[in-house]
Design a protein around this ligand. Structure first.
Ligand code: B4P
Length: 190
């Protein structure tokens, strides 16, 4: 099963991705986590990625595409995977399509977590207090939301037109959102 979870920053992608992946026994692959794991590395690439993330911008398609292409060719993805936060741009959609088509694969479903702006900003500011993530400041959150609306929201229509979009309400307690998500995924036509 090859899935993708998308939504604005703070919609609960990372939170829910771990649960969905565990349910289906597939790895959750988060580009945000991969980039954050570079935080202690002192290479030019890691320094570049850190600066971009702190500004709220997107890491370049070139870097992101290469990292994901390498990751989804690892042996633990044979039975499928759940991509969290990738693709985020129209160019990343095209690259993912190409990578999958080489082995005759395609995405089975795309979950779009829906949450309004005031709720996601409140969540990210709460996370700033508890986890101190460098990209959860008010200014950065504003940039991240702008990037999402301009570059990532258009992907929803692309996947809707392909008939694989599953929209799920991301508001409410985490467990309830998980139940909604799994119910929506399990009721997809085979
Ligand atoms: P991400 O790591 O994807 O960051 P995010 O959008 O904030 O999502 P995250 O998964 O962390 O938050 P979640 O909604 O689960 O990306 C970070 C940065 O990496 C990007 O800004 C960009 O620079 C770069 N990047 C990543 N992928 C890229 C790509 N493909 N191309 C280019 N650049 C890329 O949770 C948010 C908070 O809400 C948490 O504190 C959580 O506990 C809370 N929460 C979740 N569900 C909740 C609920 N139901 N109720 C209340 N709180 C909830």
């Amino acid at each position: 099963m090859r899935l993708l979870i998308m939504g604005p920053p703070g919609a609960g992608k990372g939170t829910q991705a771990i649960r969905i992946a565990e349910h289906y026994g597939i790895p959750a692959i988060s580009t945000g986590d991969i980039f954050r794991a570079m935080k202690t590395s002192e290479t030019d690439l890691a320094r570049q990625v850190r600066a971009i993330m702190q500004s709220g911008g997107y890491v370049s398609d070139e870097i992101t595409n290469q990292i994901v292409a390498d990751r989804i060719s690892e042996p633990d993805t044979t039975a499928g995977f759940l991509l969290d936060g990738y693709p985020r741009t129209v160019a990343q959609v095209a690259t993912l399509d190409e990578s999958l088509s080489v082995t005759g694969q395609a995405l089975d479903g795309v979950v779009s977590l829906v949450a309004n702006e005031s709720e996601v900003v409140a969540r990210l500011l709460r996370r700033a207090e508890t986890q101190g993530r460098a990209d959860d400041t008010e200014d950065t959150i504003r940039v991240r939301l702008k990037m999402y609306n301009e570059q990532t929201a258009p992907l929803i229509d692309i996947y809707r037109e392909r008939g694989i979009l599953i929209e799920v309400d991301g508001l409410g307690p985490v467990d309830e959102v998980t139940e909604r998500l799994l119910a929506a995924l399990d009721s997809r036509p085979a």
